[in-house]
Design a protein around this ligand. Structure first.
Ligand SMILES: *[C@@H]1O[C@H](CO)[C@@H](O)[C@H](O)[C@H]1NC(C)=O
Ligand SMILES: *[C@@H]1O[C@H](CO)[C@@H](O)[C@H](O)[C@H]1NC(C)=O
Ligand SMILES: *[C@@H]1O[C@H](CO)[C@@H](O)[C@H](O)[C@H]1NC(C)=O
Ligand SMILES: *[C@@H]1O[C@H](CO)[C@@H](O)[C@H](O)[C@H]1NC(C)=O
Ligand SMILES: *[C@@H]1O[C@H](CO)[C@@H](O)[C@H](O)[C@H]1NC(C)=O
Ligand SMILES: *[C@@H]1O[C@H](CO)[C@@H](O)[C@H](O)[C@H]1NC(C)=O
Length: 247
């Protein structure tokens, strides 16, 4: 209770203080973002049926990376976009069992670092490199096979046919896939490592593995409260520091 009110008080002071700082230092108003850059989540929103993918692109920040890369390089990108049905046909709890890092890798595994039209797939050599990195066995290999206009992709764990083009502008190609491409590195059972390093702590029960604060959906109200209280302390300290610097 006391911590809570301290938190509110310090937040209020901080806001007032920052207001004071910004008004006195008279920052010029920020120019609106230039129009035009490709926004992958917007494209997927427009297409519909990609809500889970959009959520993951946002929570992992990979969506921002994609937009940034499209703006910064001329190679373009290719995205395999699993539909909501693709995600809902995963074994339940599959996504929740992943660490934040694994979620990033899972999404990056669906992205190729260049623009590929459907006919371009006929000339790629296997395994193709994804944004997830190493293509060695057990890591993140992805193979493409084609026959006429049909393109199949295989991670070794999942085979699927690349569906229609959702979007293409010669920079970004988005293709629908009806299965989530599961990379071996995350989903293939691994031989036990000889070293004692506990590489992948398997989430047995939700309670046993203390979820990191960043883990979504499992955070508890009490945990959130105590975090808030701690943040309150940090905010107070930060306020003191800013005050010392500014005055
Ligand atoms: C991209 O589009 C989404 C959804 O329309 C929007 O929430 C987001 O702010 C946009 N991002 C940028 C960088 O414009
Ligand atoms: C996009 O790239 C241009 C230069 O190529 C740069 O000036 C601009 O700030 C970039 N925009 C974003 C949103 O990163
Ligand atoms: C793609 O997969 C389908 C279904 O498994 C199969 O019938 C077809 O032969 C495959 N085509 C290629 C080019 O691998
Ligand atoms: C991909 O193709 C390569 C080369 O043909 C092969 O060695 C490898 O086993 C394949 N991997 C998968 C996951 O299909
Ligand atoms: C995927 O297709 C390959 C042949 O292209 C086959 O050897 C493999 O068993 C298939 N894997 C799955 C999980 O269906
Ligand atoms: C949520 O908090 C309650 C009360 O503090 C606790 O009993 C419960 O185990 C917590 N649940 C999770 C999922 O952490």
């Amino acid at each position: 209770m006391i911590k809570q009110s301290l938190f509110s008080l310090s937040t209020l002071l901080l806001v007032l203080f920052l207001f004071h700082c910004t008004t006195t230092s008279a920052q010029p108003a920020q120019a609106p973002a230039p129009p035009g850059p490709t926004n992958v989540t917007k494209i997927l929103e427009k297409a519909g049926q990609f809500t889970v993918l959009i959520r993951l692109l946002k929570s992992t920040k990979v969506g921002d990376q994609i937009n940034q890369q499209l703006n910064d390089s001329n190679n373009g990108l290719t995205l395999f976009a699993p539909t909501d049905n693709a995600f809902s046909s995963l074994k339940s709890g599959t996504l929740n069992a992943l660490t934040d890092q694994q979620k990033v890798q899972l999404i990056q595994f669906h992205i190729l670092p260049n623009f590929l039209s459907l006919t371009n797939f006929q000339t790629v050599s296997n395994p193709v490199r994804t944004q997830a990195g190493d293509t060695g066995p057990g890591e993140f290999p992805l193979n493409v096979t084609t026959s006429g206009n049909q393109v199949n992709v295989s991670s070794g764990l999942v085979n699927t046919t690349v569906g229609g083009s959702v979007y293409s502008d010669n920079q970004l190609a988005v293709y629908q896939v009806d299965s989530v491409l599961l990379p071996q590195d995350i989903f293939a059972p691994k031989p036990p490592a000889p070293a004692p390093a506990p590489a992948q702590p398997k989430a047995k029960t939700k309670k046993k593995t203390a979820d990191s604060p960043a883990a979504d959906a499992t955070d508890n109200e009490s945990g959130a409260l105590s975090l808030t209280a701690r943040n309150g302390m940090l905010v107070s300290i930060g306020f003191a520091v800013i005050a010392a610097l500014c005055l």
